[in-house]
Design a protein around this ligand. Structure first.
Ligand code: ADP
Length: 631
């Protein structure tokens, strides 16, 4: 059958262009990527052979062959293989949503930075990395357990590829890389051995390479050498694992070359027996916070046999930033993925893993606070979900939470314990305020009284915080209280109460007048002792949504119950006396409605809410300015 020539999809073309012209010097990773693909393919075939049994058991192996005459290196596996459609889908197209982002990231990196392997891994475009070193790549594949013809795919990586049927006796995939002139180093046994040992040592299938041995009589024999130790790293003792091994295993698991921040090794004995090696990454993958992020979960092995790399039940959702392996001794080897979903054993493992991770985080927080701060800045908003979702561990997670506060320097954070320990003896509650950013909160008039009393206020600036607070209730027997709600009673002294009462009495008519003018916007106008500098602020009625939450709902186009808030006035502000004298001269003075409106708009602006009628606002201001200037 004549081969069919097909054009690459535009994105692939673009990507290949970048690969071919990549200046990135560490091209070794192409071999790591092809070996990773071969490993995945064997994992899949072996899993099928254990469960559905329509695929036979094999001597699973990845065979490398070098041909110096042809200038090729071949990577062969006896894994799952591909049908023609799969080849077209997987190799001719990049069906992944992240491709565009990858290309952009790569262009921005100038295709030379050390982040390239990280990008390649993250975006799952490993196969194409072979074009960094290849003039031509020929892939021959035969799907395991199916009676479909073998397929040969070949391309020079420029604009098109050819695909045709071919002969292949055994299942699996051969990838032959025709090396460019400047990539001749990959024809050397030592170089290939070095790369395999560095990146793929723990792969559990033998990775072999024939080498020519010359004996004393100068006759040459070919021997097959296994390059990798195949040692499951998670079975080793913690002290035996080197940092480099951790790095390369993490890269293998996470599909991105970033570094692990911390490794956690678990060896559970007793009712549930399993070993685990878990990594907290230093940074999240590029798409971690995007809505289409597919959480994979940990890899599950049963007595060293790979079962799945998508076992979501091994960790709670709020630990989805982890990478790692769990190797169970209790599950049956032929456990199917469907059975896994309901398995109570996994719940037990999850419980154990969760506790170990929480305690490792606690230790890091105590012993390596800087490192922990970095972790928390990257993943804190995910971890905090646990306060709401994991009742059993709620207290532990509360202890891990960090917040910026009115008293911290920007970028520094404190724990709830630190907050409580620093509380003044007179302070009974933990105060917090929610908002979009530190900057937006810092100027909130609601904080004035706290500042004057020396009480700290926690800044809750992650969108998730308000939701988490619904379950917070208390910490160390202290209740949480929003700093910008109506019922905060800070200064309960008789003198202060009297001051408010007096102001209420003295300005009774003015308050009534303002209240009437603003009745469609607010529930009440009243005096407060929470302000020291500002003239007024808006506070939520106890039980109502905070202004931040209201803005969030509105931004999501959700119906928000029109909450009637309270406008609080500072009795000591000169504006109050000034308005009073206008009122005393003429209770129907035309300025009064304008003043009322301006007070309300001002309060909205300071808390970062939009004002309903900006045009009327600026007209009012302009009029007042003219008057003031004329005086
Ligand atoms: P990734 O491996 O991250 O998905 P690649 O570009 O390396 O990205 O490979 C694309 C897809 O091609 C793989 O997901 C897999 O389905 C298929 N593939 C690649 N190499 C092999 C192989 N040796 N055997 C079977 N399928 C393969």
């Amino acid at each position: 059958m004549a081969g069919q020539t097909k054009k690459f999809k535009t994105e692939v073309q673009h990507l290949l262009d970048l690969m071919i012209h990549s200046l990135y010097s560490n091209k070794d990773i192409f071999l790591r990527e092809l070996i990773a693909n071969a490993t995945d393919a064997i994992d899949k075939a072996r899993f099928e052979s254990l469960t559905t049994k329509h695929i036979a058991q094999e001597d699973w192996a990845i065979k490398l062959t070098i041909d110096k005459d042809q200038k090729t290196i071949r990577i062969s596996d006896n894994g799952i293989g591909m049908t023609k459609d799969e080849v077209v889908d997987n190799i001719g197209t990049i069906a992944k949503s992240g491709t565009k982002a990858f290309i952009k990231a790569m262009e921005e990196q100038n295709a030379s930075s050390s982040d390239i392997p990280e990008l390649i891994g993250q975006f799952g475009v490993g196969f194409y990395s072979s074009f960094m070193v290849a003039e031509k790549v020929v892939l021959t594949t035969k799907k395991a357990g199916e009676d479909t013809p073998a397929i040969r795919w070949s391309s020079d990586g420029k604009s098109s590829y050819t695909i045709d049927e071919t002969e292949k006796d055994s299942q699996g995939t051969d990838v032959v890389v025709y090396l460019k002139e400047d990539a001749a180093q990959y024809l050397e046994n030592w170089k290939v051995s070095e790369i395999v040992r560095k990146y793929s040592d723990f792969i559990e299938y033998p990775i072999t390479l024939p080498y020519v041995k010359t004996n004393e009589e100068k006759t040459e024999t070919v021997e097959i050498q296994t390059l990798n130790s195949q040692k499951a790293i998670w079975l080793k003792k913690a002290s035996e694992i080197t940092e480099d091994e951790h790095k390369s295993f993490f890269a293998h698991l996470s599909h991105h070359g970033g570094e692990p921040l911390k490794s956690i090794q678990i060896s559970a004995e007793g009712t549930t027996e399993f070993k685990a090696l878990i990594y907290i990454p230093e940074k999240p993958p590029y798409n971690f916070f995007m809505p289409d992020f597919q959480k994979k979960g940990l890899q599950l092995y049963v007595r060293r046999v790979f079962i799945t790399d998508e076992c979501k039940d091994l960790i709670p959702d709020y630990m989805r930033f982890l990478n790692g392996v769990v190797d169970s001794s209790d599950l049956p080897l032929n456990v199917s993925r469907e059975i896994l979903q309901e398995n109570p054993l996994l719940k037990k493992i999850q419980k154990n893993v969760t506790l170990k991770v929480l305690s490792a985080l606690k230790k890091m927080k105590e012993k390596e606070p800087e490192k922990y701060l970095n972790f928390f800045k990257e993943f804190g908003k995910v971890l905090k979900e646990g306060i709401h979702l994991d009742f059993a561990n709620q207290e532990k997670i509360k202890d891990l939470a960090l917040y910026e506060s009115m008293n911290t320097e920007p970028g520094k954070m404190i724990s709830l314990k630190e907050y409580v320990d620093a509380m003044a003896p007179s302070q009974k509650e933990i105060f917090y305020i929610t908002g979009e950013s530190r900057k937006a909160l810092e100027n909130s008039p609601a904080l004035e009284v706290f500042r004057s009393k020396g009480y700290d206020v926690l800044y809750m600036i992650d969108p998730i915080d308000e939701w988490v607070m619904q379950s917070m209730q208390q910490y160390a027997k202290k209740h949480f209280k929003t700093a910008d709600k109506g019922d905060v009673e800070l200064d309960e002294s008789e003198a202060s109460k009297e001051k408010i009462e007096k102001a209420k009495e003295a300005h009774k008519n003015l308050l009534e007048c303002l209240q009437n003018q603003l009745s469609s916007h607010i529930k009440e106008v009243r005096f407060t002792n929470r302000l020291t500098d500002s003239a007024c602020c808006l506070v939520a009625d106890e039980g109502a949504l905070s202004s931040h939450m209201e803005r969030m709902f509105k931004a999501m186009n959700q119906e928000v119950p029109e909450s009637q808030r309270i406008l609080e006035l500072n009795p000591a502000h000169p504006l109050v006396e000034a308005m009073q004298s206008v009122y005393d001269q003429d209770a129907n003075a035309p300025e009064l409605p304008k003043y009322a409106r301006l007070l309300f708009d001002q309060a909205l602006l300071t808390e970062g809410s939009p004002i309903p009628d900006p045009l009327a606002f600026s007209k009012n201001i302009a009029e007042l300015m003219v008057k003031a200037i004329k005086k």
